[in-house]
Design a protein around this ligand. Structure first.
Ligand SMILES: C[S@@+](CC[C@H](N)C(=O)[O-])C[C@H]1O[C@@H](n2cnc3c(N)ncnc32)[C@H](O)[C@@H]1O
Length: 227
């Protein structure tokens, strides 16, 4: 596991060498100034957001799958949410996103307004554990980027909400290299989350109704296609 500074100075975690990551980051799409401001804010306030090369990958997946209805668990300040909203725009799609932290949700709403995307994004404030079971809609694309230890629980509740042919993307599945670190070398508080992540990866890769691949981009991204 490696940590490095990105071009804006943010500390990012990656399973790549710093040189490869920096190279990929330079190939990432140009962002408008307010997105660069969000990246700076995230770095200064220790908010973990997807790096631009992951945003590019998500955008690619949304276009490839022609997704319209997207659900995101873990908005933070709406950086990934805005990328997803841009990706569904050609199909007049919509993003529903869930954030538990009040302060982040407020910042997210401000950023969504600044991006002019209020009509394309619905932010639900609260615990995904409470909100997800109440969702009635089904989605073409679900992005899980919240508490790693809860991915298994999220999956169980989210699976019925994913349309056949839909895509489920789970972020940070390599736990900064924790999945390949012997248990005795993990810090005590990491152990449970890492064990749950390993169980989660085994479950989604063996699931008879999913086609899953784990892409070792950034901190690991699992992409699952519902058959
Ligand atoms: C890694 S950040 C999300 C980053 C964002 N997707 C991005 O890349 O711009 C994870 C976010 O999930 C939120 N979160 C964690 N557990 C949650 C839960 N059970 N329900 C809703 N939000 C949760 C955290 O407060 C945090 O803001």
């Amino acid at each position: 596991m490696l940590s490095l500074m990105n071009v804006e100075g943010a500390i990012m975690t990656t399973v790549f060498s710093p040189e490869i990551e920096a190279y990929l980051r330079n190939l990432a799409p140009v962002r408008p100034p307010f997105m660069l401001e969000m990246e700076k804010y995230a770095m200064e306030n220790y908010v973990s957001i997807i790096p631009p090369e992951v945003a590019q990958f998500l955008t690619f997946l949304v276009h490839l799958s022609q997704a319209r209805e997207v659900l995101e668990i873990g908005t933070a300040i709406a950086y990934s949410t805005i990328w997803l909203a841009w990706a569904v725009a050609p199909r007049d799609g919509h993003i529903t996103t869930i954030e538990i932290n009040d302060r982040r949700a407020k910042t997210a709403l401000k950023n969504i307004r600044e991006a002019g995307l209020e009509d394309r994004i619905t932010l639900l404030k609260g615990h995904a554990v409470d909100i997800v079971p109440k969702l009635q809609d089904t989605y073409d694309f679900i992005f899980i980027d919240a508490a790693k230890g809860q991915y298994g629980w999220f999956f169980e509740k989210l699976y019925p909400r994913l349309k056949p042919g839909g895509i489920l993307v789970s972020d940070n599945v390599l736990a900064e290299g924790g999945v390949v670190t012997p248990d005795e070398e993990l810090r005590h508080r990491q152990k449970t989350a890492v064990r749950r992540l390993r169980d989660y990866l085994e479950m989604i890769t063996a699931h008879p109704n999913l086609e899953t691949t784990v892409v070792p981009l950034s901190d690991g991204i699992a992409v699952s296609l519902k058959k």
